[in-house]
Design a binder for this molecule. Structure first.
Ligand code: PLP
Length: 399
């Protein structure tokens, strides 16, 4: 018997990486060693305090039951102290912070909380695909706002102002921007908050990369909206604390929005495992030096990624933040996705085509810094060794 799935499934596709990683796993079961520079999955370890405090919590009988829906006050207080220390933002741990099982779930909860079918949402092109999937799944209408290299990947304010914005409720923004690495700036955040206030649109800032290869002190949009009137911020421990598998994220905004999101969330998940909360609390105490050391490692790796893109003839800027390098294909590569499939096939090195993040990413590729430097050198060697055949099979003739 075949039972029809819900119509809402027609509005989304399986997540690109869910599919692609399956292909890579297949290649691996055939004995092929694939170097995966596709995803931002940190391979570095969390701090030793994280492991120690989690292990201790595991030994305690009381850790194993359901946790509270809002998470412990201690975790919320740790987040509040970290926000004050890192971003200079004061938050009340009682009512302005909600820990999440990763920020990705926050994107879905915020969408479920605010969007009725037919409501309209502004989503960046290119951008993290979950913003549009979440909107589509709840029956909202996605409208892409264009981010382009000629505007340094910042919104085109004139184009936004000229839009008919009736029916728009949410706008997703994300600086440092994934996938382009564009930096967060106070002026962009102030403009966004002003735009949200004027147009009565909730500005949802997704901020997982502010500590990753940042050239200035990390920024939060909440500084531009001190009364937390029109903005919310999601943050994540996945990247900057090397804890992606732990699934710890957080939502910061005013009490009313926190309570509304909790209304949804408490009906879906049943809290964060207490031992993981203990680890998160320990991580939030990581010193500036711990973060500096992590960035030192990523910075060294980035030099090898530059080499890989140089070999392929792709162009990039060196002032990107986050944990990727975003690079533009040369004119003589007509189809970047197809070319990167050839790279995978011939060299077993996987690099993500920019089209995954939206049509404005079509001429670009994104490589992750999440592999040890010796593996990156190996990838560069393989690409160098296969250069001729790469271009031959792509064009059908020698270049
Ligand atoms: C822009 C952006 N937002 C959110 C996430 C999800 O992070 P988390 O692991 O906290 O769910 C990612 C993960 O790749 C991301 O790139």
């Amino acid at each position: 018997m075949i039972i029809a799935t819900a119509d809402r499934l027609k509005t989304i596709k399986e997540y690109y990486f869910s599919k692609k990683l399956e292909v890579i796993r297949h290649m691996q079961t055939r004995g092929l060693k694939v170097i995966n520079l596709g995803i931002g999955n940190p391979d570095l370890s969390p701090s030793s305090d994280v492991i120690e405090d989690t292990t201790q919590a595991l030994q305690k009988q009381e850790s194993h039951g359901y946790a509270t829906y809002r998470s412990s006050f201690e975790l919320r207080r740790s987040i509040s102290k970290w926000y004050q220390r890192t971003y200079g933002v004061r938050l009340d741990p009682e009512c302005q912070i909600l820990p999440l099982l990763g920020s990705k779930e926050g994107i879905f909860y915020v969408s479920l909380t605010f969007l009725n079918p037919g409501d309209r949402v502004l989503v960046p092109n290119p951008g993290y695909p979950a913003y549009s999937s979440a909107a589509s799944l709840v029956g909202a209408q996605v409208h892409y706002y264009q981010l382009e290299e000629r505007n340094s990947w910042y919104p085109d304010w004139e184009a936004l102002e000229a839009m008919d914005l009736s029916g728009f409720k949410l706008m997703w923004v994300n600086y440092p921007h994934m996938p382009t690495g564009a930096k967060a700036t106070d002026s962009v955040f102030s403009k966004l908050v002003e735009f949200g206030r004027k147009r009565r649109i909730l500005i949802c800032h997704d901020n997982p990369y502010s500590l990753m290869l940042n050239s200035e002190s990390p920024k939060s949009i909440l500084n531009s909206d001190p009364q937390l009137e029109v903005s919310l911020e999601l943050n994540s421990m996945s990247k900057s604390f090397s804890m992606a598998g732990w699934r710890v994220g957080m939502l910061m905004t005013n009490e009313q929005v926190i309570n509304s999101v909790l209304q949804v969330k408490s009906n879906v998940d049943s809290g964060m495992f207490l031992a993981i909360q203990a680890g998160a609390i320990a991580a939030l105490r990581n010193s500036d030096n711990w973060h500096k050391e992590r960035n030192r490692v990523y910075k060294q790796r980035r030099i090898v990624i530059y080499k890989i893109f140089d070999l392929l003839g792709f162009q990039y800027t060196q002032n990107q933040e986050g944990m990727f390098v975003w690079a533009k294909a040369p004119e003589h590569i007509p189809d970047v996705s197809q070319f990167l499939d050839v790279v995978l096939e011939k060299t077993l090195v996987f690099i993500t085509p920019g089209i995954v993040f939206g049509t404005n990413g079509q001429r670009y590729a994104r490589a992750s810094l999440c592999a040890p430097i010796e593996v990156l050198h190996e990838a560069a060697d393989k690409i160098q060794g296969a250069l001729q055949s790469l271009f031959q099979s792509h064009y059908g003739e020698e270049q």
